[in-house]
Design a protein around this ligand. Structure first.
Ligand code: TRP
Ligand code: ZN
Length: 855
């Protein structure tokens, strides 16, 4: 066995080592002679010495074939050494010109300049620009860019880059060229170009100061009808950022391009956002309601980066959450404003708990501002993004809406055009509100999910609440300190079921906080962490009856949903009969004060992985057995109700109003319970819904229910779905996922067979995730006791690492949870991690993840 402990060959980058750049690059001119197999890039950098020193200019490059290097017109005596080019420069200012050759069509990493379905596109964040040209590839170098793109006019009729367009030049030999100038200084990670045969959906937006902005969403010509929702979301985002943050767009045009091969969701390049097509293309036939919401959320996210990320950027990559946490918070606020805010909040918490809490509880735990990394691409995590957003939300709760806005205004005013740190952000918040946030700053440096234990004691009309916060050690952080957090709570009358106190935003500072409520005239129950005001685990010794009471009466929708989740966790941790859950679901369905969207969420049991996370050890089989038994009890015990609900809420058409979406949600939850109950009538109903579906939401709802069942319709609908949507990447991804996530003992065999399906490819990150990523989320069958699931994952990881290290490294995450499982499974998972580390030629992305995962 090789030594699996942190690998000394993997050089760490440390926050403590940050030093300002020796040289600045105020001006950049780039010329691209574009060709899929052989692109020539000429870069002219105006460099200026930063401070008094005699150090050389150091440039980064990766995989570049260097043709020429000139300094002020003279051939350079210095030549690259590996990925570094060190140039001795005599004066304080010079023009450095390089010429390199790169090979987009061979670029399977999808970083730098690469080809996707005949288009040439770039991805530079975090460190992709160095694969395009020699440059100091760090975010604290801000430059003005002028770009000339030259390409074959027939293959690449559309040539896009950042900023303002110039005029088109027609050239001999069927080529043409286009010039772009970006007036806003930017870090190189925000550079972008796109060349290809694209068609635009065009629109316009007039900003609050009256400037007209041309908007365009570029897709394959056949997909233009499917970008309407993204365009509506873009305009809504632009108006929202003006209204809520006073932030206006700052160029004459804004372009979005959709590409099928993309490592992430989307990228906020200045004036030229590049998107994973999954987050642009949506129509009722091919996208579910959830997909529509995801499109709007990602469009908003990338647009909002124009201020939080682009106008004010990060000093170094340790500050990633400065832009990502803040921008996720802003997109969450935007989405909540589009309707069903309560359900949105529940969804945000659900995904935080599904991905971030496990990260915080295992070997991959890191603070929202890490202090070291090997490969920065491994830190685009749920912690940086989603916990980062929770930290921003806590600030907003502590400071209030107006105070938070004052802080944001000061941040933009102070730092527009700068590359800054998380301290700068907190200082603006603190200064604008004249408060001390030093106890809050610990959220940036301490990893792990705090626990808040709550005790309530009532004596007559007085209620005393004691809150104790604690934070367990995480890798490299044995001792933790108490953090400032806002904890919203109220009291609910145990007799009337009404809120009998004001809502309090308690500020937990030290380890223990005491609160007193007076003047109560009935016994009470605490409604805790309302709205999920702090990203913590609450430990409150509430009896099941009390949780059921809160699940029926709490006036905070999040707390009400949470009470049922906690009740379910309590029941499912034992072999007790699930009657209390059936009753609670029935009460929720009966409550006329609740809308369909909320009911659709509130009657779902916690996922198997969430149940596992709440226990000392994940008991894979027992959790599955108990949860299935509870699902059966809810399905059969309320079967008549599910029929009524399905009948009452189906056939609402295809409208995207909150009401119609809520109805579809509840109808599909009802259908899934009906199919769980297992009658032929239910199977036939699902088949009818599948065949006659007016929306992908309904078709997918029926397909999912049938795929999880023993119905004879299963194979027929799967085959029909594949035939019906052949060639549509996003929909075929769903076809893979629904099978990988199936609740059936033969999933592993199916997934194995699907890896050999002609539509499967590990080269496309969406497709890889739709099959292998989805399978790893299927707790019962991925964690098969013989380790076959782990083996399959590791085989795929090793294969994809040769193509795309970022994709491969992500697949290591599920194996990092080994400590949470029994000894047999833990050993099998460790063995796969060891096998990955021992495989020849693995990328540093994977080596870092696998060695951290084993630690
Ligand atoms: N900054 C992007 C965002 O808005 C993230 C991103 C896009 C990314 N492409 C990437 C991260 C490639 C890593 C690699 O969230
Ligand atoms: Zn982002």
């Amino acid at each position: 066995m090789p030594d699996a402990r942190p690998n000394p060959q993997l050089a760490q980058v440390r926050l403590a080592d940050y030093a300002p750049p020796d040289w600045l690059v105020p001006e950049v001119t780039l010329e691209f002679w574009l060709d899929a197999t052989r692109t020539i890039v000429t870069a002219r950098l105006t460099v200026t010495r930063n401070g008094v020193h005699d150090r050389p200019l150091r440039l980064d490059g990766h995989g570049l074939e260097t043709v020429a290097i000139r300094i002020d017109g003279q051939a350079s005596p210095d030549w690259p050494n590996g990925d570094t080019l060190s140039l001795a420069i005599a004066g304080d200012r010079a023009v450095v010109e390089t010429e390199v050759v790169i090979h987009p069509s061979r670029n399977t990493r999808l970083m730098g300049l690469y080809a996707s379905e005949g288009k040439l596109v770039t991805q530079c964040e975090a460190e992709g620009f160095r694969s395009i040209t020699w440059f100091p590839d760090r975010p604290d170098i801000l430059s003005r860019y002028t770009v000339r793109l030259e390409a074959d006019a027939a293959l690449y009729p559309v040539l896009l880059s950042n900023g303002d367009r110039g005029t088109i030049e027609t050239l001999p030999g069927g080529r043409h060229a286009m010039r772009w100038t970006d007036p806003w200084p930017k870090p190189c990670y925000l550079f972008a170009l796109v060349a290809g045969d694209l068609a635009a959906r065009e629109d316009e937006f007039t900003t609050m100061s009256g400037r007209r902005v041309r908007l365009a969403i570029w897709t394959a010509p056949a997909d233009v009808p499917r970008s309407a929702h993204a365009m509506a979301a873009l305009k809504a985002s632009m108006a929202w950022d003006e209204r809520v943050y006073g932030r206006e767009y700052d160029l004459d045009e804004f372009n979005i391009v959709a590409v099928a091969d993309f490592n992430a969701g989307a990228m906020e390049n200045k004036g030229l956002n590049i998107f994973n097509s999954k987050y642009v293309l949506a129509d009722t036939e091919t996208a579910t309601d959830m997909d529509f919401d995801a499109v709007a959320g990602v469009v908003a996210h990338e647009y909002f980066h124009n201020w939080t990320g682009n106008r004010v950027t990060c000093r170094d990559w340790f500050q990633l959450s400065l832009k990502e946490g803040l921008t996720v918070y802003r997109d969450q606020q935007f989405s909540a404003d589009q309707g069903s805010a309560a359900v949105r909040r529940i969804d945000d918490v659900r995904s935080l708990r599904a991905v971030q809490f496990p990260e915080d509880a295992g070997p991959l735990a890191h603070p929202i501002r890490p202090d070291h990394y090997v490969e920065i691409a491994n830190f685009y995590t749920a912690t940086i993004y989603n916990k980062g957003a929770e930290v921003i939300r806590m600030l907003a709760t502590l400071l209030g809406e107006a105070g938070f806005r004052r802080g944001a205004d000061l941040y933009f005013q102070r730092h527009d055009g700068q590359a800054v740190t998380c301290e700068d952000w907190l200082a603006a918040m603190a200064d604008a509100n004249a408060v001390d946030l030093s106890a809050f700053q610990l959220w940036y440096s301490q990893a792990g999910t705090p626990r808040v234990a709550v005790e309530t004691r009532q004596t007559g009309g007085r209620v005393e609440v004691t809150l104790r916060q604690s934070l367990a050690p995480t890798p490299g952080q044995p001792d933790k300190r108490a953090m400032l957090m806002p904890f919203r709570l109220a009291l609910i009358g145990r007799e009337t079921g009404r809120r009998v106190s004001d809502e309090l935003v308690a500020q937990l500072k030290g380890p223990v906080t005491h609160l007193t409520f007076d003047g109560l005239s009935e016994p009470v129950l605490p409604s805790l962490n309302r709205g999920f005001s702090a990203p913590v685990v609450v430990e409150a010794p509430l009896a099941r009856d009390d949780l059921a009471f809160l699940a029926a009466h709490d006036d905070d929708p999040f707390a009400r949903w949470e009470a049922f989740q906690q009740l379910a966790l309590s029941v499912l941790a034992t072999d007790d009969a699930p009657d209390a859950l059936v009753t609670a679901v029935s009460n929720t369905l009966d409550d006329p004060s609740l809308d369909a969207a909320f009911k659709g969420e509130a009657v779902l049991l916690p996922t198997e992985s969430f149940i596992g996370d709440a226990a000392a050890q994940v008991e894979v089989e027992a959790i599955h057995r108990r949860r299935e038994a509870a699902r059966q009890a809810i399905a059969r015990g309320l079967e008549a109700r599910w029929w009524q609900l399905w009948e009452a809420h189906r056939d609402v058409g295809a409208a995207l109003t909150p009401e119609a979406k809520g109805a579809r949600r509840l109808a599909n939850v009802a259908l899934s319970y009906l199919v769980t109950a297992g009658s032929d009538a239910a199977f036939d109903a699902a088949r009818r819904q599948y065949d006659g579906a007016a929306t992908m939401t309904d078709r997918m709802g029926a397909l999912t229910a049938l795929v999880n069942s023993r119905s004879d319709h299963r194979e027929a609908v799967l085959a029909d779905f594949h035939r019906r949507f052949a060639g549509n990447h996003d929909v075929i991804d769903k076809w893979f996922s629904v099978q990988a996530l199936a609740n059936r003992a033969d999933v592993l065999d199916h997934v194995e067979a699907l890896t050999r399906h002609p539509d499967f490819t590990i080269a496309n990150p969406n497709r890889l995730r739709s099959l292998i990523g989805a399978f790893a989320a299927n707790q019962r069958w991925f964690h098969a006791a013989d380790g076959a699931g782990y083996r399959l994952l590791a085989d795929q990881l090793i294969a994809v690492d040769r193509i795309n290290p970022q994709s491969a490294a992500r697949l290591a995450v599920p194996l990092g949870r080994w400590r949470r499982f029994d000894g047999t499974r833990a050993r099998l998972m460790q063995a796969e991690l060891e096998r990955i580390l021992a495989a020849p030629g693995m990328s540093k992305d994977v080596l870092e993840m696998a060695s951290r995962a084993l630690a």
